[in-house]
Design a protein. Structure first.
Length: 314
């Protein structure tokens, strides 16, 4: 065995001062290996992908990955919601991680569990999560139990998930998830509801027949909406019956198996077993049916209904 004792090992300038171990050879370190150290402000400005060093500012080992990503922590990826493994903690993290993200499917954690959600990335700062969705003539979200309507479950009718748009499914995201999704975006806690003559994304604002937004803080013990404020009728001048009748009267959530309305019978059972915040019984039910149009109503129970309706939270 040969021993080479040196203090400084330097490359030659004609080869960019690089010392190279040729392919097929192994640089076997028997002792300790010390990698370069730097701070965030002093780390090398480089185009050499794979360069490694220890960042004393962040106390992490970092590697240069090239492009716009630059230096990242080894063993740590930037979660952008693009996969289950890269699920984000809050919907606003999507654009923070990837400013070029466009409206579509993303993975978001609710109570630590990653699920796919349709997220609008263009309307009012992005990060809006679809929680209600109805295509007229498809039965709404009927036969939904109280447990599922309230919990963190995703209740869909039709083709839900990657490869499909909201024109392919009806949707009721459990109300507990609404609060979590909104609370995870501090300073937001907003709902925006819309109806249109056909499926439209939230960002397609000029195609909405009516659109309104408001703030809320959560749910009462029987899942009436609480902390509601700052209603803005953004498109069209009709206040949604959901707000003017159900929410303003503090009506509770009724499902076909849990009657909490103020009518003598179970309103959900009268209207195709669809869940809603019924009174006696409804004005502007997003799912309707039961002798009325199987369609989202904006106000009343007459002619103010549409082929498509949706609600988002942020």
């Amino acid at each position: 065995m040969s021993t080479l004792a040196v203090y400084n090992l330097e490359g030659i300038s004609t080869q960019n001062n690089t010392v190279r171990i040729p392919a097929g050879h192994v640089f076997d370190v028997q002792g300790n290996l010390k990698i370069p150290t730097f701070t965030t402000s002093t780390r090398p400005t480089t185009s050499t992908v794979g360069l490694v060093g220890f960042n004393t500012t962040t106390s992490t080992v970092q590697i240069f990955t090239g492009g716009t990503t630059g230096w990242i922590d080894i063993g740590k990826t930037t979660n952008d919601g693009s996969s289950q493994a890269a699920a984000v903690e809050k919907s606003t993290d999507i654009l923070a991680a990837n400013p070029g993200a466009t409206t579509g499917w993303f993975w978001i954690k609710v109570n630590g569990i990653a699920n796919q959600f349709w997220v609008d990335c263009a309307y009012s700062g992005g990060g809006w999560v679809l929680v209600l969705n109805n295509r007229a003539g498809n039965g709404g979200v009927n036969n939904l139990t109280a447990a599922n309507a309230k919990s963190n479950t995703i209740n869909s009718r039709g083709n839900y998930g990657t490869g499909y748009s909201p024109s392919s499914f009806n949707l009721w995201v459990g109300l507990d998830a609404w609060k979590i999704l909104a609370d995870n975006n501090p300073g937001s806690n907003k709902i925006v509801a819309l109806v249109a003559g056909s499926f439209q994304r939230l960002q397609d604002q000029t195609s909405h027949s009516r659109r309104s937004s408001w703030e809320f803080t959560g749910w009462g013990s029987n899942y009436a909406m609480v902390g509601y404020s700052n209603l803005v009728n953004e498109s069209g001048n009709a206040t949604p019956g959901w707000w003017g009748y159900h929410i303003s009267n503090n009506y509770n959530l009724t499902t076909y198996d849990n009657d909490q309305d103020v009518y003598g019978a179970n309103c959900s059972q009268l209207y195709n077993n669809n869940p809603w915040w019924y009174g006696a019984c409804w004005d502007g039910n997003f799912f309707a049916g039961g002798g009325y149009q199987d369609a989202p109503y904006w106000t009343g129970s007459g002619s103010d209904y549409y082929s498509y309706g949706a609600a988002y939270v942020k």
